[in-house]
Design a protein around this ligand. Structure first.
Ligand SMILES: Nc1ncnc2c1ncn2[C@@H]1O[C@H](COP(=O)(O)OP(=O)(O)O)[C@@H](O)[C@H]1O
Ligand SMILES: [Mg+2]
Length: 278
Protein backbone atom coordinates (compact mmCIF):
# COMPACT_ATOMS: atom_id res chain seq x y z
CA UNK A 1 0.00 0.00 0.00
CA UNK A 2 1.11 3.55 -0.65
CA UNK A 3 1.25 6.29 1.98
CA UNK A 4 0.24 9.94 2.28
CA UNK A 5 3.39 11.52 0.95
CA UNK A 6 1.80 14.41 -0.92
CA UNK A 7 2.93 15.65 -4.32
CA UNK A 8 5.60 13.02 -5.01
CA UNK A 9 3.15 10.25 -4.34
CA UNK A 10 2.57 8.17 -7.48
CA UNK A 11 -0.98 8.36 -8.77
CA UNK A 12 -3.15 5.67 -7.23
CA UNK A 13 -5.62 3.52 -9.12
CA UNK A 14 -8.93 4.79 -10.44
CA UNK A 15 -12.16 3.08 -9.45
CA UNK A 16 -14.40 2.56 -12.45
CA UNK A 17 -17.78 1.04 -12.98
CA UNK A 18 -19.16 0.18 -16.37
CA UNK A 19 -22.89 -0.27 -16.98
CA UNK A 20 -23.45 -1.62 -13.47
CA UNK A 21 -26.89 -3.02 -12.67
CA UNK A 22 -27.63 -3.88 -9.04
CA UNK A 23 -30.53 -4.08 -6.60
CA UNK A 24 -32.25 -6.06 -3.90
CA UNK A 25 -35.28 -7.81 -5.35
CA UNK A 26 -36.44 -8.32 -8.90
CA UNK A 27 -36.37 -4.71 -10.04
CA UNK A 28 -32.88 -3.25 -10.27
CA UNK A 29 -32.24 -0.12 -8.19
CA UNK A 30 -29.03 0.88 -9.98
CA UNK A 31 -29.39 0.75 -13.74
CA UNK A 32 -26.47 0.76 -16.15
CA UNK A 33 -24.35 3.20 -14.19
CA UNK A 34 -20.88 4.03 -15.56
CA UNK A 35 -18.54 6.29 -13.58
CA UNK A 36 -14.83 6.91 -12.99
CA UNK A 37 -13.40 8.09 -9.67
CA UNK A 38 -9.90 9.29 -10.55
CA UNK A 39 -6.95 9.79 -8.17
CA UNK A 40 -6.67 13.27 -6.69
CA UNK A 41 -10.22 14.17 -7.69
CA UNK A 42 -13.60 14.39 -6.01
CA UNK A 43 -16.35 12.72 -8.03
CA UNK A 44 -19.70 13.72 -6.63
CA UNK A 45 -22.92 11.85 -7.35
CA UNK A 46 -25.93 13.90 -6.33
CA UNK A 47 -29.51 12.75 -6.40
CA UNK A 48 -32.72 12.92 -4.45
CA UNK A 49 -33.58 10.65 -1.56
CA UNK A 50 -34.19 7.11 -2.86
CA UNK A 51 -32.33 7.65 -6.14
CA UNK A 52 -30.02 4.72 -5.41
CA UNK A 53 -26.89 6.52 -4.21
CA UNK A 54 -26.25 4.26 -1.22
CA UNK A 55 -27.09 1.17 -3.26
CA UNK A 56 -24.58 2.24 -5.90
CA UNK A 57 -21.82 2.51 -3.29
CA UNK A 58 -22.81 -0.85 -1.78
CA UNK A 59 -22.68 -2.42 -5.23
CA UNK A 60 -19.18 -1.05 -5.79
CA UNK A 61 -18.21 -2.54 -2.42
CA UNK A 62 -19.58 -6.01 -3.08
CA UNK A 63 -22.27 -5.51 -0.42
CA UNK A 64 -25.09 -5.60 -2.96
CA UNK A 65 -24.58 -8.03 -5.82
CA UNK A 66 -23.71 -6.56 -9.20
CA UNK A 67 -25.86 -8.42 -11.72
CA UNK A 68 -24.51 -6.87 -14.87
CA UNK A 69 -21.55 -4.68 -15.70
CA UNK A 70 -18.12 -4.49 -14.13
CA UNK A 71 -16.27 -2.71 -11.35
CA UNK A 72 -12.53 -2.24 -11.81
CA UNK A 73 -9.81 -0.85 -9.57
CA UNK A 74 -6.72 0.26 -11.46
CA UNK A 75 -7.98 -1.77 -14.41
CA UNK A 76 -8.31 -4.96 -12.35
CA UNK A 77 -11.75 -6.55 -12.16
CA UNK A 78 -13.08 -6.38 -8.59
CA UNK A 79 -16.77 -6.96 -9.35
CA UNK A 80 -18.56 -8.65 -6.42
CA UNK A 81 -15.33 -9.18 -4.50
CA UNK A 82 -15.78 -9.40 -0.70
CA UNK A 83 -15.47 -6.17 1.27
CA UNK A 84 -12.36 -7.30 3.12
CA UNK A 85 -10.56 -8.04 -0.11
CA UNK A 86 -11.55 -4.62 -1.44
CA UNK A 87 -10.28 -3.02 1.78
CA UNK A 88 -6.94 -4.77 1.33
CA UNK A 89 -6.89 -3.59 -2.28
CA UNK A 90 -7.15 0.03 -1.12
CA UNK A 91 -10.84 0.92 -1.05
CA UNK A 92 -12.16 2.71 2.04
CA UNK A 93 -15.85 3.24 2.87
CA UNK A 94 -17.60 5.60 5.22
CA UNK A 95 -21.26 4.52 5.37
CA UNK A 96 -24.18 6.87 5.81
CA UNK A 97 -25.34 7.64 9.33
CA UNK A 98 -23.91 6.37 12.59
CA UNK A 99 -20.32 5.70 11.77
CA UNK A 100 -18.38 6.13 14.99
CA UNK A 101 -18.54 4.11 18.19
CA UNK A 102 -19.79 6.48 20.90
CA UNK A 103 -18.64 4.37 23.81
CA UNK A 104 -15.08 4.09 22.50
CA UNK A 105 -12.36 6.70 22.73
CA UNK A 106 -11.15 8.40 19.56
CA UNK A 107 -7.97 6.30 19.58
CA UNK A 108 -10.01 3.12 19.91
CA UNK A 109 -12.21 4.18 17.00
CA UNK A 110 -9.08 4.71 14.90
CA UNK A 111 -7.67 1.34 15.98
CA UNK A 112 -10.77 -0.35 14.61
CA UNK A 113 -10.11 1.26 11.25
CA UNK A 114 -6.65 -0.29 11.24
CA UNK A 115 -7.86 -3.84 11.75
CA UNK A 116 -6.00 -5.09 8.70
CA UNK A 117 -2.69 -3.77 10.10
CA UNK A 118 -0.27 -5.27 12.57
CA UNK A 119 -0.06 -3.61 16.00
CA UNK A 120 3.15 -1.75 15.11
CA UNK A 121 1.79 -0.61 11.77
CA UNK A 122 -1.35 0.59 13.51
CA UNK A 123 0.58 2.85 15.84
CA UNK A 124 2.61 4.37 13.01
CA UNK A 125 -0.47 4.79 10.91
CA UNK A 126 -2.34 6.52 13.73
CA UNK A 127 0.46 9.10 13.93
CA UNK A 128 0.19 9.69 10.19
CA UNK A 129 -3.60 10.05 10.38
CA UNK A 130 -3.34 12.50 13.28
CA UNK A 131 -0.93 14.52 11.12
CA UNK A 132 -3.62 14.64 8.43
CA UNK A 133 -6.28 15.75 10.95
CA UNK A 134 -4.22 17.61 13.59
CA UNK A 135 -7.39 18.88 15.28
CA UNK A 136 -7.97 15.29 16.45
CA UNK A 137 -4.75 15.20 18.49
CA UNK A 138 -6.23 16.94 21.50
CA UNK A 139 -9.36 14.75 21.31
CA UNK A 140 -7.71 11.31 21.26
CA UNK A 141 -8.73 10.42 24.83
CA UNK A 142 -12.32 11.64 24.44
CA UNK A 143 -15.21 9.25 24.03
CA UNK A 144 -16.63 9.70 20.55
CA UNK A 145 -20.10 10.15 22.05
CA UNK A 146 -18.99 13.44 23.60
CA UNK A 147 -17.84 14.98 20.31
CA UNK A 148 -19.68 17.50 18.11
CA UNK A 149 -21.10 16.52 14.73
CA UNK A 150 -18.14 17.89 12.78
CA UNK A 151 -15.64 16.22 15.09
CA UNK A 152 -17.43 12.90 14.75
CA UNK A 153 -17.22 13.15 10.95
CA UNK A 154 -13.51 13.83 11.29
CA UNK A 155 -13.17 10.66 13.40
CA UNK A 156 -15.12 8.67 10.81
CA UNK A 157 -12.88 9.92 7.99
CA UNK A 158 -9.74 9.43 10.08
CA UNK A 159 -10.82 5.89 10.91
CA UNK A 160 -11.10 4.93 7.26
CA UNK A 161 -7.71 6.56 6.57
CA UNK A 162 -6.14 4.09 9.02
CA UNK A 163 -6.00 1.51 6.23
CA UNK A 164 -4.41 4.14 3.91
CA UNK A 165 -6.93 3.62 1.13
CA UNK A 166 -6.33 4.93 -2.40
CA UNK A 167 -10.04 5.23 -3.06
CA UNK A 168 -12.65 6.59 -0.65
CA UNK A 169 -16.39 6.05 -0.93
CA UNK A 170 -18.26 8.53 1.24
CA UNK A 171 -22.00 8.16 1.73
CA UNK A 172 -23.56 11.52 2.63
CA UNK A 173 -20.91 12.63 5.11
CA UNK A 174 -22.87 15.84 5.75
CA UNK A 175 -26.15 14.12 6.69
CA UNK A 176 -27.60 15.77 9.78
CA UNK A 177 -25.07 18.60 9.78
CA UNK A 178 -26.09 22.26 9.69
CA UNK A 179 -25.14 24.36 6.65
CA UNK A 180 -21.94 25.81 8.08
CA UNK A 181 -20.62 22.42 9.19
CA UNK A 182 -21.65 20.90 5.88
CA UNK A 183 -19.42 23.40 4.09
CA UNK A 184 -16.58 22.76 6.53
CA UNK A 185 -16.72 18.98 6.08
CA UNK A 186 -16.86 19.26 2.29
CA UNK A 187 -14.43 22.12 1.73
CA UNK A 188 -11.85 21.14 4.33
CA UNK A 189 -12.12 17.43 5.03
CA UNK A 190 -13.27 15.98 1.70
CA UNK A 191 -11.04 18.26 -0.42
CA UNK A 192 -8.12 17.39 1.84
CA UNK A 193 -8.51 13.71 0.98
CA UNK A 194 -8.36 14.41 -2.75
CA UNK A 195 -5.36 16.66 -2.08
CA UNK A 196 -3.60 13.59 -0.66
CA UNK A 197 -4.00 11.97 -4.08
CA UNK A 198 -6.93 9.75 -3.15
CA UNK A 199 -9.82 9.13 -5.52
CA UNK A 200 -12.92 10.33 -3.67
CA UNK A 201 -16.40 9.20 -4.65
CA UNK A 202 -18.85 11.30 -2.67
CA UNK A 203 -22.59 10.74 -2.81
CA UNK A 204 -24.74 13.57 -1.49
CA UNK A 205 -28.29 14.78 -1.36
CA UNK A 206 -27.14 18.32 -0.58
CA UNK A 207 -26.49 19.11 -4.20
CA UNK A 208 -25.31 22.71 -4.18
CA UNK A 209 -22.82 22.29 -1.36
CA UNK A 210 -21.45 19.04 -2.75
CA UNK A 211 -21.20 20.16 -6.37
CA UNK A 212 -19.29 23.23 -5.22
CA UNK A 213 -16.37 21.04 -4.09
CA UNK A 214 -16.61 18.45 -6.88
CA UNK A 215 -14.15 18.11 -9.74
CA UNK A 216 -16.39 15.65 -11.58
CA UNK A 217 -20.11 15.23 -11.05
CA UNK A 218 -23.07 13.09 -12.00
CA UNK A 219 -26.77 13.40 -11.24
CA UNK A 220 -28.45 10.11 -10.32
CA UNK A 221 -32.22 9.87 -10.72
CA UNK A 222 -34.17 6.64 -10.41
CA UNK A 223 -30.97 4.63 -10.44
CA UNK A 224 -29.75 6.13 -13.71
CA UNK A 225 -27.20 8.80 -14.52
CA UNK A 226 -29.21 11.70 -15.89
CA UNK A 227 -26.34 14.14 -16.38
CA UNK A 228 -22.54 14.29 -16.03
CA UNK A 229 -19.95 17.05 -16.23
CA UNK A 230 -17.53 18.94 -14.08
CA UNK A 231 -18.90 20.03 -10.71
CA UNK A 232 -19.14 23.61 -11.99
CA UNK A 233 -20.96 22.55 -15.17
CA UNK A 234 -23.56 20.52 -13.33
CA UNK A 235 -23.97 23.27 -10.73
CA UNK A 236 -24.59 25.82 -13.49
CA UNK A 237 -26.93 23.59 -15.52
CA UNK A 238 -30.43 25.07 -15.50
CA UNK A 239 -31.95 21.67 -16.30
CA UNK A 240 -30.70 20.05 -13.13
CA UNK A 241 -33.59 21.41 -11.08
CA UNK A 242 -36.10 19.76 -13.39
CA UNK A 243 -34.15 16.51 -13.44
CA UNK A 244 -33.58 16.50 -9.70
CA UNK A 245 -37.08 17.26 -8.56
CA UNK A 246 -38.93 15.46 -11.32
CA UNK A 247 -40.25 18.64 -12.86
CA UNK A 248 -40.91 20.50 -9.61
CA UNK A 249 -37.67 22.47 -9.80
CA UNK A 250 -37.75 25.94 -11.23
CA UNK A 251 -34.40 27.16 -12.48
CA UNK A 252 -32.04 28.10 -9.69
CA UNK A 253 -34.80 27.67 -7.15
CA UNK A 254 -34.02 23.97 -6.77
CA UNK A 255 -30.72 24.82 -5.15
CA UNK A 256 -32.44 26.84 -2.48
CA UNK A 257 -34.95 24.08 -1.94
CA UNK A 258 -32.14 21.60 -1.39
CA UNK A 259 -30.70 23.93 1.18
CA UNK A 260 -34.09 24.41 2.73
CA UNK A 261 -34.29 20.63 3.00
CA UNK A 262 -31.12 20.59 5.03
CA UNK A 263 -31.93 23.66 7.11
CA UNK A 264 -34.02 21.62 9.52
CA UNK A 265 -30.84 20.55 11.26
CA UNK A 266 -29.41 24.07 11.43
CA UNK A 267 -28.77 25.23 14.93
CA UNK A 268 -29.02 21.80 16.49
CA UNK A 269 -25.26 21.50 16.69
CA UNK A 270 -24.48 24.43 18.93
CA UNK A 271 -21.28 22.91 20.33
CA UNK A 272 -19.39 23.23 17.10
CA UNK A 273 -18.37 26.85 17.27
CA UNK A 274 -16.57 26.36 20.55
CA UNK A 275 -14.46 23.45 19.32
CA UNK A 276 -12.19 25.44 17.07
CA UNK A 277 -12.54 23.08 14.13
CA UNK A 278 -15.28 24.96 12.28
N1 LIG B 1 -31.97 -3.23 1.92
C1 LIG B 1 -32.88 -2.89 0.98
N2 LIG B 1 -33.80 -3.78 0.55
C2 LIG B 1 -34.70 -3.44 -0.39
N3 LIG B 1 -34.77 -2.23 -0.98
C3 LIG B 1 -33.90 -1.30 -0.58
C4 LIG B 1 -32.90 -1.57 0.42
N4 LIG B 1 -32.15 -0.45 0.60
C5 LIG B 1 -32.66 0.46 -0.25
N5 LIG B 1 -33.70 -0.04 -0.95
C6 LIG B 1 -34.49 0.68 -1.98
O1 LIG B 1 -33.62 1.05 -3.02
C7 LIG B 1 -33.95 2.35 -3.50
C8 LIG B 1 -32.73 3.24 -3.43
O2 LIG B 1 -32.34 3.41 -2.07
P1 LIG B 1 -30.97 4.05 -1.66
O3 LIG B 1 -29.88 3.44 -2.45
O4 LIG B 1 -30.87 3.98 -0.18
O5 LIG B 1 -31.17 5.57 -2.15
P2 LIG B 1 -30.41 6.91 -1.70
O6 LIG B 1 -29.18 6.52 -1.00
O7 LIG B 1 -30.19 7.63 -2.99
O8 LIG B 1 -31.37 7.65 -0.82
C9 LIG B 1 -35.12 2.84 -2.66
O9 LIG B 1 -36.29 2.62 -3.36
C10 LIG B 1 -35.04 1.97 -1.43
O10 LIG B 1 -36.31 1.80 -0.88
MG1 LIG C 1 -28.46 6.92 0.89
Amino acid sequence: MSSDKGADRPAGPALQCDRVVAGYGDAPVVREVSLTAAPGRVLCVVGPNGAGKSTLLRALLGLVRVRQGTVTLGGKDVTNKPLEELARSGIGYVPQGEDVFDTLRVTENLDMGGFILSRAERQARMDAVLDIFPALRRLTRRYAGTLSGGERKMVALARVLMSDPDVLLLDEPTAGLAAELTRMVLEEQVRLLAGLGKAVLLVEQKAEAALSVADDAAVLVNGQIALTGTGAEVLANEDVGEIFLGGAGRGKGWMQSMWAGSAGSAGTDGTVHSTGIA
